[in-house]
Design a protein around this ligand. Structure first.
Ligand code: FES
Ligand SMILES: [Fe+2]
Length: 376
């Protein structure tokens, strides 16, 4: 069934309006996209000690990610194997060697094994091994934790190297930025009242940059033209303006470049979007990793982590605010228009959707990708 309206004009169709608010479509996305793909949930170094844990939402499921006594990271469904009580109710915390369910006190080791079930005797033919917490596949890439809820997940690299997942090109040449070695200098969580696809679409285009991001356009003049990359060459990134030293609110450089970069990385910006939910901004003195977490048909949580060289962070005068304030401003400008757009999605006027102007044509590839995953 083809549900999109195709146009013969140079304007290509967006999704029809209901794709941005219908709970049934959101549910299908949970099942066919977020429940099957590797989903970025946060940095491994945020769980630094044994027993430290975070609770994350993936495809509407509550998942515990925690570090065991051997230092290994694990992910489990946050569901007691006895009668199903939710085990961890805080967003994050520190466990003392085990997880105990509040309800009947079944107790699990940090590696998920059931190690205690009160009043169940060893002669009662109860195979404790069969009642450990249900695991979720976990992969660490460049210090970033990815989870996959599928029973037989595709290899992580198969997803990462899929050209349709790498919307702006291949990440591998950029391992010189050593994202796993950098540390978080600032993290901001945004609650955005918009469907996750509006946020991805917005991230994919710079047609809005002139009207919406005057400060960003001061730093990257190309963005005034509505283009995302010069000459459609994704791998070349974009240059900062001639008088601009660094990607900061002042345009001045206040930190040395990250170690290991190439001369051409200086005063250059690379943006890399990986479906379904990660966007990486590479700058010469910092990196920003965004995660988009769809929480409902009209609600997405976005977490931005600003990463810096740990040696620079150790300096007494380290202050990340000139970098943070810039993309924080740009982010907030973006959320305003994503939320304004969300308000119209259920309008009769948008029943058949809208259109992508020539500078946005590449977004249609994302639309096709989602429709294919949903088998629509
Ligand atoms: S539901 Fe967890 S111990 Fe009973
Ligand atoms: Fe934007």
């Amino acid at each position: 069934m083809t549900t999109t309206v195709r146009s013969s004009s140079p304007f290509l169709s967006t999704f029809p309006g209901r794709y941005y608010y219908d709970p049934a479509i959101f549910q299908e996305e949970q099942e066919h996209i977020f429940g099957k793909m590797w989903f970025y949930v946060g940095r491994a170094d945020a769980l630094s000690s044994h027993g430290s844990y975070r609770v994350v939402t993936v495809a509407s499921e509550s998942i515990i990610v925690m570090r065991d006594k051997e230092g290994q990271l694990h992910a489990f469904f946050n569901v007691c194997r006895h009668r199903g009580a939710r085990l961890c109710n805080q967003e994050s915390g520190q466990l003392k060697g085990s997880i105990q369910c509040k309800y009947h006190a079944w107790t699990y080791a940090l590696d998920g094994r059931l190690i205690g079930a009160p009043n169940v005797m060893s002669d009662e033919q109860f195979d404790r091994l069969a009642y450990g917490l249900l695991p979720v596949a976990l992969h660490i890439w460049e210090g970033l934790i990815f989870l996959n809820l599928a029973e037989n997940p595709q290899p992580f690299e198969a997803q990462l190297n899929d050209p349709r997942v790498q919307q702006f090109g291949d990440i591998s040449p950029y391992d010189r930025y050593q994202i796993g070695r950098l540390k978080v200098g600032k993290s901001i969580t945004y609650e955005v009242q918009a469907n996750w696809k509006l946020i991805i679409e917005n991230t994919l285009e710079c047609y809005h940059c002139g009207p919406m991001h005057p400060e960003l356009c001061e730093l990257i003049p190309l963005y005034r033209t509505g283009k995302v990359f010069a000459d459609e060459d994704f791998s070349a990134g974009v240059m900062l303006g001639e008088q601009v030293e660094a990607f900061t609110v002042t345009g001045k450089a206040s930190r040395p470049p990250l170690p290991g970069l190439l001369p051409e990385d200086t005063r250059r910006y690379y943006g890399l979007l990986f479906l379904p939910n990660m966007f990486i901004n590479l700058l010469s003195d910092h990196v920003v990793v965004d995660t988009f977490q769809p929480m409902g048909p009209e609600r997405t949580v976005v977490i931005s982590d600003w990463l810096f060289d740990p040696d620079v962070m150790a300096r007494p005068d380290f202050d990340p605010s000139d970098a943070v304030d810039l993309l924080d401003l740009v982010n907030r400008q973006d959320w305003v228009v994503c939320e304004l757009t969300q308000k119209s999605m259920a309008s009769r006027a948008y029943r058949n959707g809208g259109n992508y102007a020539p500078d946005e044509h590449h977004i249609r590839g994302f639309v096709e990708y989602v429709l294919e995953k949903l088998r629509h």
